[in-house]
Design a binder for this molecule. Structure first.
Ligand SMILES: [Zn+2]
Length: 576
C-alpha cells in the first residue's frame, strides 16, 4: 500500500515535469511537428465523435490532429507545409470493395467498347483500334453493350468489315458473350457441324446453321483459348494503369475480387517496387469442384502474399451467373422460361461444407451471388459455418445482391454478413428495363438492389465498382444510390424509392465500412488522430450541391499514408 502510494507520487511528479517541459516548448517547436497542415477546409471525418473539422495535421504519414485551425497551429513548425483549402471538402480515401484492377487494367490497353450506346460508335471504335494497332496479331477487347444489337447478337459479317485481316475477339460488357469474326471462327474450326459445348451456346444463322458470330458462356472458350496468354509485363502495365485511375477517383483501398497466382504476383511485384498505390485485400479464387482438398493450398497462398500493402485473406466463391442471360439462380422460374430457375454453380450441401472449412481456416468469405436463390444459399452456408465453428470476427460478405428475397433481408444484420453492393447498377437502364424486369415480373422486380431495406434492417453495406464491368468512380455509385436515377437525370422520380439511402450512409459505405470489411478500420476509413493519412480533397462539398451533380465533382488530391499519389498539393505557405 505504502509502496504504491510512493510510486504514484513519483509518477505524478514525472507527469507534472513533462507537462511543464512541453508547455515551455510550445510556441517554439511542438512536441510532434506536422509535415503538413490542411486548413480552412470542410473536413467530413466519418467519425461519430467529431463529424466535421476545419483542419487536419499530418506527420510521418499519420494524422496527428483533427479539429479547428487554432488547435492545428500548435503542430506548426519551421518545416511544416500549410495549405489553405479555401473551403474544399476533405474525406477519408475511398474503399472500392469489389473490383478487378489487373484484368481491367489489361483491357485498358485493348479495344475498349465500354459506355458506347450505338452500333455506329462501337463500329468506329473497333475500326480505329485496328488501324492504330497493326502490330497486334489479335484484335482483342470488349465492353460492348448487349442491348445495342438485336437479340444481343452482333454478326461476324459486321466484324469482318471492321477487321478483315486478323482474328478478332470482343467480349460483351458482362463478360458472358463474345463477338468474333470469320477468321477467329475458322481458326477455332467452328462450323455448322460443331455442337454446342456443355454450358455454352453458339449463335447460328437460322437458314444455314452456320455460326453467326456470337458465342455464349463456355462457347467463348472455343476461341479465347487460341489467344496468346497475357504476359507478366502486360499484367504489370495493366495494374499500374488501373491504380492511376483508382487514385484519380480518390480510391486508396481496393478489394481485388478474383485473384489467381498470376494476379497476386502482379500485386506483389508492385508492392516490392514501392509502387502499389493502394491497400489491397485480394480474394483468392476458390474452385468448388476441387472441394476441401484445395484449402491447404489457399492457406499457403495467404502466407506467401503478405506485403506492405498487400494481403490475400479473402476466399472468393461464385454461386451463380447473371439474370440477363438466365444464369442467375432464382427461387421461382424466369417468366419467359417455364420451369427454368437457373442453376447454382455450387450445390447447397457442397457449399455449406466448403464455407465451413474455409471459415475454419481463418479466411473471410467473399461470395458472388445475384439471384434470390443464390443469395439465400450463400447466407445459409455462412450460417452453417457459424453453427459449426462458433462465432468469429470473420466479416464474410456477399457481392452484387441484385435480387434479394424480402425474408432474407434481416439475415445480413443477424448473421453479420456485409452486403457488398454495386450501387451504380441500381437505376432503370436498358439492362433493367429490357433484360431484367420482363423476365422477373413486377412483384420480384420490387426487390432489385434493396439497399435501403438492408440498411433499415440492421445490415452493414459496403460499395464496390466491379470495374471494369462498370465505372470505377465511387462518386457515380454514391449518386445513383441517393437518387436511384441515371447519372445524367437531374430530376425525376427515383426507381424503387423505398430503397434510397442518404449521403452519409453512402460515404460510410465507401470509407469506414469498406475499412471494416477489410479489417482495417483501426488504420484507415475515417479522419481521426492516430490513423493513417489516407485522405482525399474534393473540389466541392458533396453536402452543398444537388445530388445530381455529385458525379461531376473532381477529386483534386489523393494521399495514401500522407503521400501524394494523385493530384498535387496546392502551393503552401511555410511557417511565417
Ligand atoms: Zn466482379
Amino acid at each position: 500500500m505504502k509502496r504504491r502510494a510512493f510510486l504514484r507520487r513519483v509518477f505524478g511528479l514525472v507527469v507534472f515535469l513533462s507537462v511543464l517541459v512541453l508547455s515551455c516548448a510550445r510556441g517554439r517547436q511542438p512536441a510532434v511537428p506536422a509535415d503538413l497542415i490542411l486548413e480552412k477546409g470542410a473536413i467530413y471525418t466519418v467519425a461519430e465523435a467529431q463529424p466535421w473539422a476545419e483542419s487536419v495535421a499530418i506527420a510521418g504519414g499519420k494524422i496527428i490532429y483533427v479539429g479547428d485551425r487554432s488547435g492545428a497551429a500548435r503542430f506548426r513548425a519551421a518545416n511544416t507545409k500549410v495549405v489553405d483549402l479555401a473551403g474544399k471538402m476533405v474525406l477519408p480515401g475511398f474503399h472500392d470493395s469489389h473490383a478487378h484492377p489487373v484484368t481491367g487494367g489489361v483491357e485498358l490497353g485493348q479495344c475498349n467498347l465500354n459506355d458506347l450506346n450505338t452500333k455506329e460508335e462501337i463500329f468506329a471504335a473497333v475500326r480505329r483500334y485496328a488501324a492504330e494497332h497493326p502490330e497486334k496479331i489479335w484484335v482483342q477487347g470488349g465492353g460492348w453493350a448487349l442491348p445495342v444489337f438485336p437479340e444481343a447478337n452482333p454478326t461476324k459479317e459486321e466484324l469482318d468489315r471492321l477487321v478483315p485481316d486478323r482474328p478478332a475477339y470482343l467480349n460483351a460488357a458482362d463478360g458472358h458473350s463474345a463477338w468474333v469474326n470469320s477468321r477467329a471462327l475458322e481458326m477455332a474450326g467452328i462450323t455448322a457441324k460443331t455442337p454446342d459445348p456443355k454450358g455454352g451456346h453458339i449463335e447460328r444463322e437460322a437458314r444455314t446453321g452456320q455460326p453467326s458470330g456470337t458465342l455464349r458462356e463456355s462457347a467463348q472458350g472455343l476461341v479465347s483459348k487460341l489467344i496468346p496468354e497475357t504476359t507478366a509485363e502486360e499484367y504489370l502495365a495493366g495494374l499500374e494503369a488501373a491504380l492511376a485511375l483508382a487514385n484519380r477517383f480518390g480510391i486508396t483501398s481496393i478489394q481485388e475480387a478474383d485473384a489467381d497466382e498470376k494476379i497476386l504476383d502482379t500485386y506483389a511485384e508492385l508492392d516490392r517496387r514501392g509502387s502499389l498505390t493502394a491497400r489491397v485485400l485480394a480474394s483468392i479464387y476458390v474452385d468448388p469442384e476441387k472441394g476441401l482438398d484445395q484449402i491447404p493450398g489457399l492457406v499457403l497462398t495467404r502466407e506467401k502474399y503478405k506485403g506492405r500493402y498487400l494481403r490475400a485473406e479473402d476466399a472468393k466463391i461464385y454461386m451463380d451467373g447473371v439474370i440477363e442471360s438466365h444464369t442467375a439462380a432464382l427461387l421461382e422460374p424466369y417468366l419467359d422460361r417455364p420451369g427454368d430457375r437457373g442453376t447454382p454453380l455450387v450445390e447447397a450441401e457442397r457449399m455449406n461444407r466448403l464455407a465451413t472449412a474455409i471459415d475454419k481456416a481463418g479466411f473471410q468469405i467473399h461470395i458472388h451471388a445475384i439471384g434470390d436463390r443464390a443469395i439465400r444459399m450463400s447466407l445459409d452456408a455462412i450460417e452453417a459455418a457459424q453453427k459449426e465453428n462458433g462465432p468469429r470476427d470473420a466479416r464474410h460478405h456477399i457481392a452484387h445482391l441484385e435480387l434479394i428475397d424480402p425474408s432474407d433481408i434481416p439475415r445480413f444484420g443477424d448473421l453479420g454478413v456485409v452486403a457488398n453492393f454495386q450501387p451504380l447498377w441500381a437505376y432503370p437502364d436498358l439492362y433493367i428495363t429490357k433484360l431484367t424486369e420482363p423476365i422477373l415480373g413486377p412483384e420480384r422486380s420490387r426487390w432489385l438492389y434493396p439497399i435501403g431495406s438492408v440498411v433499415r434492417n440492421g445490415g452493414m453495406i459496403a460499395g464496390g465498382s466491379d470495374w471494369s464491368v462498370s465505372s470505377m468512380n465511387p462518386l457515380d455509385a454514391i449518386q445513383v444510390a441517393v437518387t436511384r436515377r441515371a447519372l445524367e437525370d437531374a430530376a425525376g422520380a427515383a426507381w424503387l424509392p423505398d430503397e434510397l439511402v442518404d449521403l452519409p450512409t453512402m460515404i460510410a459505405a465507401y470509407t469506414i465500412n469498406g475499412a471494416y470489411l477489410s479489417h482495417q478500420e483501426k488504420i484507415t476509413g475515417s479522419i481521426e488522430a492516430g490513423k493513417a493519412a489516407d485522405l482525399i480533397v474534393l473540389e466541392r462539398n458533396l453536402f452543398e450541391i444537388p445530388a445530381s451533380e455529385i458525379h461531376k465533382v473532381k477529386v483534386v488530391l489523393t494521399l495514401l499514408d500522407g503521400k501524394e499519389i494523385s493530384g498535387t498539393l496546392p502551393k503552401g505557405t511555410d511557417q511565417d
